[in-house]
Ligand binder design. Structure first.
Ligand SMILES: Cc1ncc(C[n+]2csc(CCOP(=O)(O)OP(=O)(O)O)c2C)c(N)n1
Ligand SMILES: [Mg+2]
Length: 321
């Protein structure tokens, strides 16, 4: 734990923010006010935060269909995100994209994506830009275990190696691709498959912020140093269904309960930092309370926010040359 107390506090807050954002959406979703599909990230917080805590302002990330955690970890405004998810005109995408299309270019967040594996070519393009700028910046893509079987990922890995790009592949194995187990769906294994391209892989415990932070630190440093692409392989689980409304009848009866009780990333970081005397439980409780209030305010304003009018709906569709 070589991180400063301030950094650890920020990481804990980011993880709590993701957890409460998602747990609240799980409560709000059945009320029918949120249009479209919602995929929640609860359970995987340590991965997004452990990676993004290593990034600089000039770096890029690209997300997946399960993107809220990546956006929050990268510093996107929670209120702007909540308004976007509710389809409001003052959301991050003016309410036109919703949950699966949150982007914030000012934060180097190049977008979530409804196409599994669709972010990969975009992230390669961003990595080309990083290399051309010669400022040590990197392009980071998040990829699920299911997405890792897509051709776009193999093409991206190959091109990143051939062009020696500063691209970091974050492979998030949460055990499922929709309802298909990773142990069934992945041919070979993710580590050796990635190494087959000549990309070094750092493995991490995806429930443990410090494990991910350290692994990501080394992988990102490799790419920053001009040594070509690298990968992080982190294993965790998702607490909720593939999408909100998924009955999850393909999972063992107490599977999620057991993960929550024995592996939980928030419990883990709390135990570590209170055990090491860095923070007291009360310090962390006060962060939790502040985050809960922020989420509550965000849902309150989002539910009553303005919907986009025709002027907004028709903007940014075509570029004027
Ligand atoms: C090209 C494409 N194929 C299939 C789908 C349908 N689909 C959406 S999410 C998903 C599973 C993705 O699994 P994984 O990459 O492990 O991400 P996770 O949902 O576990 O975060 C599939 C098959 C899609 N959106 N796009
Ligand atoms: Mg998965």
């Amino acid at each position: 734990m070589q991180q400063s107390p301030d950094q650890i506090r920020r990481a804990y807050r980011q993880m709590r923010l993701i957890r409460e954002f998602e747990e609240r959406l799980h409560v709000e979703n059945p009320k029918g006010e949120i249009a479209g599909f919602t995929h929640l990230y609860s359970g995987q917080e340590a991965i997004a935060v452990g990676v993004c805590e290593n990034l600089r302002d000039t770096d890029y990330i690209i997300s997946t269909h399960r993107g809220h955690g990546h956006c929050l970890a990268r510093g996107c405004d929670p209120k702007g995100m909540m308004h976007e998810i509710y389809g409001r005109a003052d959301g991050l995408g003016k309410g036109r994209g919703g949950s699966m299309h949150i982007a914030d270019l000012d934060k180097g967040m190049l977008g979530a994506n409804g196409i599994v594996g669709g972010g990969q070519p975009i992230a390669v393009g961003a990595a080309v830009a990083c290399k051309a700028r010669q400022d040590g910046s990197v392009s980071v893509s998040f990829t699920g275990d299911g997405a890792s079987n897509q051709g776009t990922v193999f093409e991206a890995m190959n091109m990143a190696v051939v062009l020696k790009l500063p691209k970091v592949f974050v492979l998030e194995n949460n055990g499922y691709s929709e309802h298909t187990g990773a142990s069934y769906g992945i041919g070979g294994d993710l580590k050796t498959r990635t190494e087959g391209f000549g990309i070094p892989v750092w493995e991490a415990d995806g429930f443990d912020y410090f494990s991910v932070y350290d692994a990501a630190g080394e992988a990102i440093e490799h790419a920053r140093a001009g040594k070509g692409p690298s990968a992080i392989l982190a294993t965790a689980t998702r607490y909720f269904g593939h999408f909100e409304g998924d009955p999850q009848n393909y999972r063992a009866k107490d599977e999620v309960k057991n993960f929550r009780e024995t592996k939980d990333a928030l419990k883990r970081i709390r135990e570590k930092v209170t055990g090491a005397g860095i923070f007291t439980a009360e310090d962390l409780d006060s962060i939790d309370a502040e985050v809960l209030k922020l989420i509550d305010d965000s849902v309150g304003t989002a539910r009553n926010g303005p919907v986009p009018g025709a002027d907004i709906m028709m903007s940014d569709v075509y570029v004027d040359y």
